[in-house]
Design a protein around this ligand. Structure first.
Ligand code: PLP
Length: 388
């Protein structure tokens, strides 16, 4: 599949070489990290080194990092009424979410459905902070969950501003940083995040590993998600995925070192892609174009286009893109993100996401544009036939 152009990095990124090497090394070694013998201690060292590496990526302390099986699980662990701080032990009675969260946050974690409320976004897909402030004052001490960047549009959310509002009301803020980390600056303290979710496979680590980072050691969970052997300081029982965690740590090191250069690289290619896209079809709408966005993500549509047909057409031309979020593909459902932005259902049905990464080349962009020219021509011919 060497002549393929993979432009679906928000679904998953290819494994970085450094992550693969760390993974292979860890797989080759025996040893349960909870065992006291030399093999066990070696496995433990691998995990603790990775914990330091992941913590460093988001400006946290290693003791604040809990490894999980995925970003989804980290979100599930985070979203519980039973979060305690040094000064507040009462359960949280409200969960407030932005209307554009990932399915794993929208599910509400361990909160009863009736205490979960969604806060609107504007037409650019940015959270309406005034609307949140209004609700927060009426729902004292809530847990609020706001993603740092949206997986479909790439629009960056006003997280630090929201943190100030939430904290003033005695609330706590959870930030799903799965799509943002490695692409924009992501510092737990600067963001004001009390909890932060990460996923290894979006930064070049393996699939099936994630982490929940606590903004301070003062934050405790009274109800661990998985009970058993007490691993991960009692928060997440089960023998650790040593190789996966090692790969996550190695990917975090590279992501931290390469972030600025990677972002510049992706932004230049993304700008070329968007200019070409609109030069070929002036009707192409790029969602969130006026907002601050991730440097790698373009979500676009043209009236009359069907996303599933477009994705197949691109695939046949050797270009991998997606229709909305990967987690919801398979079920053809219009994007809740675009619905929240007030985009018409007919345009929403044509939304195609193109997402780039550190190995994307100018040739990949040209290949995408060649395929787009073909598809756009076919679409406009079809329209003329229908109109005739
Ligand atoms: N949060 C966001 C914003 C995502 O985009 C995703 C995956 O696409 C997740 C959470 C879930 O992460 P994982 O695939 O590790 O479960």
């Amino acid at each position: 599949m060497t002549d393929r152009s993979y432009l679906d990095w928000n679904a998953t990124a290819p494994l970085r070489d450094e992550a693969k090497a760390a993974l292979d090394d860890a797989l080759a070694a025996a040893g349960n990290p909870s065992s006291v013998h030399a093999e066990g201690r070696a496995a433990r060292r691998v995990i603790e080194a990775a914990r330091e590496q992941v913590a460093a990526l988001v400006g946290a302390r290693a003791s604040e990092v809990t490894f999980t099986s995925s970003g989804t699980e980290a979100n599930m662990l985070a979203l519980t009424p039973a979060i305690e701080t040094a000064t507040e032990k009462r359960p949280r009675s409200r969960l407030l979410l932005s209307a554009i969260e990932h399915a794993s946050v929208r599910a509400g974690g361990r909160f009863p459905r009736e205490v979960v409320a969604e806060i609107a976004v504007d037409a650019d897909g940015r959270l309406n902070v005034a609307a949140l402030a209004d609700v927060v004052t009426k729902a004292p001490r809530p847990l609020v969950s706001l993603m740092l960047a949206n997986n479909e549009t790439g629009v960056i959310q006003p997280v630090a501003e929201v943190a100030a509002v939430v904290h003033a009301a005695g609330g706590l803020l959870h930030v799903d940083a799965v799509q943002a980390v490695g692409r924009i600056d992501c510092d737990t303290t600067a963001l004001g995040a009390d909890l932060l979710t990460l996923s290894a496979h979006k930064i070049g680590g393996p699939r099936g590993v994630g982490a929940l980072v606590r903004g301070s050691e003062d934050i405790h969970f009274a109800d661990p998600l998985i009970r058993g052997g007490g691993q991960e300081r009692g928060l997440r029982a089960g023998t650790e995925n040593v190789a996966g965690i090692a790969g996550f740590g190695a990917a975090a090191v590279v992501a931290r070192r390469a972030r600025t250069a990677d972002a510049d690289h992706m932004r230049a290619l993304r700008d070329r892609l968007e200019a070409g896209l609109q030069a070929i079809s002036r009707q192409a709408v790029i969602f969130g174009a006026d907002a601050d966005r991730l440097p790698n993500t373009t979500l676009f549509a043209v009236p009359g286009m069907k996303a599933e047909t477009a994705v197949i057409a691109f695939d046949l031309e050797g270009v991998a893109v997606s229709s909305g979020a990967a987690c919801s593909s398979g079920r053809v459902q219009p994007s809740h993100v675009l619905a929240a932005m007030g985009v018409s259902l007919s345009l929403t049905r044509g939304a195609v996401r193109v997402s780039l990464g550190w190995t994307t080349t100018a040739a990949d962009i040209e290949k995408f544009l060649t395929a787009w020219r073909k598809l756009a021509t076919a679409l406009s011919n079809e329209r003329q036939i229908i109109a005739a």
